[in-house]
Design a protein around this ligand. Sequence first.
Ligand SMILES: Cc1cc2nc3c(=O)[nH]c(=O)nc-3n(C[C@H](O)[C@H](O)[C@H](O)COP(=O)(O)O)c2cc1C
Length: 149
Amino acid sequence: MTSSLPEQWWNQLSLPVISAPMFLISGPELVKECCLNGVIGSFPAPNARPIEVLDQWMGDINDTLIAAKDKEPGSKIAPWAMNMVVHRTYSRLEEELELVKKHQPPIVITSLGSPKHVVDVVHSYGGLVFSDVSSVDFAKKLRSQVWTD
Ligand SMILES: Cc1cc2nc3c(=O)[nH]c(=O)nc-3n(C[C@H](O)[C@H](O)[C@H](O)COP(=O)(O)O)c2cc1C
């Protein structure tokens, strides 16, 4: 996996592992502990409700990881990831995208649809998008960039 991550992250990882986003389970405490121990931590954005809570979680994760790096610049601190539902019926997508612009998660993992609305925003600040799909057919669709919904 490290070969698909930017080089500056390689030595920030103790293991090339993402702690998977889990609905109703993963939150900022788990994400911070993962990252502070050199494993990519992630959480599903819908776990933070209402939207104001998402703003707080993203700010808290960034503040904690930046403070830890300032305190010990040589420590391994992995980047964090936010998992976004990108299905067209998901009502909070625009509001969550505004928070992505504000807090700039280094990695966004998209689920349940085309990542097309997310990619430009995340790439604009140098972040990465991992598009999680449930079948080989969806993966092929993404690879050929024909996903239009
Ligand atoms: C309790 C639970 C909740 C999950 N919730 C999400 C989720 O909200 N979003 C998501 O993209 N994947 C979710 N997943 C899937 C995981 O992110 C992961 O892809 C899956 O568990 C496969 O990895 P594993 O083989 O290491 O378990 C969930 C998995 C579990 C076990």
